[in-house]
Design a protein around this ligand. Sequence first.
Ligand code: PMP
Length: 326
Amino acid sequence: MEYAENILETIGNTPLVKMNKLTAKLPCLVLAKYETFNPGNSVKDRMALQMIEDAEAAGILKPGGTIIEGTSGNTGMGLALAAVVKGYRMICVISDKQSKEKIDILKAVGSEVHVCPTDVAPDDPRSYYSTARRLSTEIPNSWYVNQYDNPSNAKAHYLTTGPEIWRQTDGKVTHFVVGVGTGGTISGVGKYLKEQNPDIKVWGIDTYGSVFKKYHETGIFDENEIYPYITEGIGEDILPKNVDFDIIDGFTKVTDKDAAVYTQRLAKEEGMFLGNSAGAAVKGLLQLKEHFNEDDVVVVLFHDHGSRYVGKIFNDDWMREQGFIE
Ligand code: PMP
């Protein structure tokens, strides 16, 4: 018999899938690291499990404890699955920008959900960062995960996602392109790949309304770069410790409209039913086309599944209201 002991054992070892149509005009081979095959339908299962197991090992998370996290949904899903299997209480603190589907899904896997306003500064007591911190001081035997600054986040990708990409491409990968939120994915994968071959280029996808690109290029944290945007999962108004700017070769910014339109195109033209940041990643990759040559093997990572966006990106009325389609 061949079976996993529990659902957490099925995390990782996701397929690498060739892109055929959307990237046809590029000279190189483009391969998608297809993270929706994880049990929580996103890449975040990897780091959620790593953060919990490292906290258990360090004695920070104890039996019967409560896990608290500020999360855009995917990390919450990964943490919730692990909390169910391992017997912890789970509280997700989420911003009101997130789709309703994400909130309902978190509740379905046993998480309590607190919704906080998006358009307040990170240090405002109403922000989801502040609320998560406050709950962790109020609830006994609780642990605030803090995926932004928790080193186990990037470590998960250094230990699993990076080695998988290296092995699956037979060490032929030349570029890694990925959306950046907490920075865990780009930093962990980027570090591992550059250790194998320092010539590999690592590109981050950022949004308009986020500080990353300007900070990377100038070293200046420019508050004028910060304004509300629609793309979910990538871009930040803070500098998370998990973003290792030194291993990143460059950022390109993708508009909300392009990210949404390319998310729809991924589904219709590649049969890849994916989340908002996947559209941003593939559009960003196309914006970088002058960096790619014939022999290059470009890996782009797609973080999460389209089912979480049926009320928005995959709802043409919503797309029209935003002015994203005619
Ligand atoms: N896309 C989606 C949908 C996400 O949930 C996240 C995590 N915020 C990212 C991209 C960015 O990944 P990371 O946090 O590892 O930078």
